[in-house]
Design a protein around this ligand. Sequence first.
Ligand code: BES
Ligand code: MN
Ligand code: MN
Length: 466
Amino acid sequence: MKNIETYINTHKDRFLNELFELLRIPSISADSNYKPQLLQTAEHVAQALTNAGCENVQILPTKGNPVVYADKIINSNLPTILVYGHYDVQPADPIELWETPPFEPTLKKTEIHPDGAIFARGACDDKGQLFMHVKAIEFLIETHQLPCNVKFMIEGEEEVGSPSLAPFIKEHAELFKNDVILISDTGMISNTQPSITTGLRGLSYVEVEITGPNRDLHSGFYGGAVANPINILNQMIAKLHDENNHITIPGFYDNVYQLSSEERTEMAKAPFSQKEYNKALNIDEEWGEKSYTTLERSTIRPTLDVNGIWGGYIGQGAKTVLPSKAHAKISMRLVPGQDPDTITQLFTDYFISLAPKSVNVIVKPHHGGKAYRTPLDSTGYKAAYKAYAETFTNTPIPQPSGGSIPIVSLFSDVFKSHTILMGFGLNSDAIHSPNEHYGLFNFYKGIETIPYFYKHFTELYKEEHA
Ligand code: BES
Ligand code: MN
Ligand code: MN
């Protein structure tokens, strides 16, 4: 790539200021009060793509927040890269734990980011990462080095499970037709050891409600004689894992893809320190499914976690009450082989079976999605490997991630193309947490590496189609 480093150096301050403008708009998809800001963010992204030299820029309506489309089609014989990203962000709560305001991006140095990092909600997930693609395409168009066709799909509901995107992509399958999908919405091992995310876990997310008596009761008059839904809910949740921390739902592991011992040995080669992991989280000991390592537990094994639990009196002081209801939100991370709808059904049947007759149980499914794996022998993976090899001093390591981007498995069904996850975030970037940040090194390195993916993907594609 001619002049990519010079181009970044010349424009680095402008790139940063433009990203800051995007980060200042609170595009929180979970909260309907922010609808206007979501639309404003979509318009902002569309304008940025127009400024970068893209064509046919459109804000396409969906049942929910709109999808931004843009393209640059130079020759129908050349391959087409589809870039996906999301302009929505997680809520900023708990707001009081932010050291600087979440929607006023601020530069600060950290131990891991000695050159500085951008602190803001969405800095890493995903505005900072999607914006690298906008700047990469600007460079390719501006310097007349765009080697292939490109399309953009930037959505606004990823953080709430992409509910409108599934029907949307089926309707617009032709418009978004592509040869490979490129996403920067994941992470890598460290700034000196790049990695390419080769897997995402699936998800089944449910909410449960336990009802005991028809009203809150005096715990002195009734306590001990009427089932307390909070006590019962806790007993039921405790039964979901056994003493080896296996999940007890019958059939849960039935179709789980089991890694071969070669694959597990390969995985174990990735640099990882349990001691540093524990230290970073301030825990004395790790926890998890027996016979698996921390890296395996958090990427290739399915899990079940309570995300929130509530009921009864939580105000100041003490109130003696036996509550009528108790609630919990529960997520299950899935791996290849597991179908989210089947898992939701298995959970529902088992959870209801755990309840004594003294309470009523309602299980409400939220969103879900299947796991995804990128084949290491795909053209896209090979091109990504070559791209990192050009811009980093170390070659990249393939590594599955524990996170989820639920729409990705549907992409492979609808478009029959592979998804390449070139994420530049770090685990320590605190995505979804207070003080989310994104390293300046990572931001600029992403802009530098992406054009090489275009180059190598096009070259490999031409060789294969010669
Ligand atoms: N970008 C993340 C997913 C991610 C981050 C994957 C880092 C791998 C490494 C995405 O925005 C996200 O937060 N996904 C959610 C699921 C969604 C349905 C809310 C998740 O993984 O919890
Ligand atoms: Mn994301
Ligand atoms: Mn996220």
